[in-house]
Design a protein around this ligand. Structure first.
Ligand code: URA
Length: 251
């Protein structure tokens, strides 16, 4: 049986105004369901299967919203912060009504890929420590990153609190006084990338997340902007969840 919901609640959730504003639109004959002008704003509709039209515009119904954001420096990946701007503050008006939250956290000074959604199950799947969804970072390192770092990261790094990380895949893009690297990790400990480099006596000068699972940051997204993910990208993310067994990590 089709799941139904009140028309005024549905439209209000999709940012068409308060329930009383929607009632007014109904009174003005501006809302149609399957081509019929609506008389009661409290009527029940099946949004998956019917066509809802508001002032001539067809409602693009989605059960869940999935956005890809390119987080800039200086913004907190949380829904609220008393002091700093959050990723929610960066959302365009049209997405404000969906109660979106970021999937996982990036440090305030880390840039790059943040997924914003209202799909709690997906978020749980991506974040579950047992699933080991990979995260790939690009970083600029103060110091000379060498093959011995690659070997040490592949073994797992013991952090300042004694925790030994899972094996991680380090790739050197350029090395010297400063080095450019890419690092894939399979967990998300607090400040993990920075602490892994600190443990090898080096400092992360710039950090950017470029992938989560098999989902890649769209490099054409400007810093601070976001867009809805395509159905293919949503599938890529969903299928990234069950991760390879330990031992397969660094192949
Ligand atoms: N590791 C860090 O150190 N910081 C981040 O923001 C993400 C991973």
């Amino acid at each position: 049986m089709a799941v139904t919901q009140r028309l005024d609640k549905l439209l209000s959730n999709f940012g068409f105004g308060t329930r009383s504003e929607i009632k007014r639109l109904v009174k003005q004959g501006l809302i149609k369901v399957d081509g019929e002008t609506v008389k009661d704003s409290g009527m029940h509709v099946a949004p998956q299967s019917c066509t809802v039209e508001v002032e001539g515009k067809i409602l693009n119904y989605r059960e869940f919203i999935y956005l890809m954001m390119n987080k800039p420096d200086g913004v907190i990946s949380a829904t609220w912060d008393g002091k700093h701007k959050t990723v929610v503050d960066l959302l365009p008006e049209e997405f404000r009504c969906f109660d979106l939250f970021p999937v996982g956290r990036l440090d305030i000074d880390t840039e790059g890929l943040v997924i914003m959604t209202n799909d709690g199950r997906l978020a749980h799947g991506v974040l579950s420590p047992r699933k080991h969804v990979s995260k790939k970072y690009y970083a600029l390192i103060d110091g000379n990153v060498t093959q011995s770092d690659i070997d040490a990261f592949a073994e797992g790094i013991t952090l300042d609190d004694g925790y030994k990380t899972l094996p991680a895949r380090l790739e050197i893009l350029s090395s010297g006084e400063n080095s450019e690297i890419e690092l894939v990790i399979y967990e998300g400990k607090f400040h993990q990338v920075k602490r892994m480099f600190e443990a090898t006596g080096k400092k992360v000068k710039f950090l950017k997340r470029v992938e989560m699972g098999d989902l890649k940051l769209d490099e054409s997204l400007e810093l601070g902007s976001c867009r809805e993910m395509t159905p293919d990208e949503i599938n890529i993310l969903k299928n990234s969840q069950p991760r390879a067994a330990e031992g397969e990590f660094i192949k």
